[in-house]
Design a protein around this ligand. Structure first.
Ligand SMILES: [Zn+2]
Length: 142
């Protein structure tokens, strides 16, 4: 991937920019150029406009990963979750700042931007979204 493309993608992901169909209101992330819902069911070409996701959502499903993928060796076990955004899209992300045993379906989470992995020694560092639990005031530490 070129540096320019990588940077554009990073900004888009960092901002959680999706797209919203002006016909049916469905929100897509990553953004799409046509709305498959409208194209299939309404026989119209859904027009899509950029939309900013709030970064708020809840755990839809999750699994605890004990076998690390390349670049995640230092982090096992970690929680890989399907997060349902407030706006509707479901995305896959790592949950951070939570003990795997404390994760629950429906737990409110919020996007947190963290270093995902470093490529090679002194290589490109990839940043991206992860999700952390939204703590109620009584649970907040410090
Ligand atoms: Zn649509």
């Amino acid at each position: 991937m070129s540096v320019a493309r990588f940077w554009r993608e990073t900004l888009r992901r960092y901002n959680l920019g999706g797209s919203k169909c002006t016909e049916c209101g469905k929100v897509y992330f990553p953004p799409r150029s046509v709305c498959p819902h409208c194209t299939t069911h309404r026989k119209t070409m859904g027009r899509l406009e950029p939309v900013q996701l709030s970064g708020e959502g809840e755990v839809f499903s999750y699994s605890v990963v004990h076998e690390a993928a390349d670049g995640f060796e230092m982090q096992v076990p970690y929680v890989l979750a399907l997060v349902r955004m407030k706006e509707g899209p479901i995305l896959t992300a790592q949950l951070v700042d939570v003990d795997p045993k404390d994760v629950a379906i429906g737990m409110p989470v919020k996007a947190a931007f963290r270093k995902l992995k470093a490529e090679g020694a002194g290589g490109v560092i990839h940043y991206g979204y992860k999700f952390a639990p939204v703590l109620s005031p009584t649970e907040k530490v410090g």
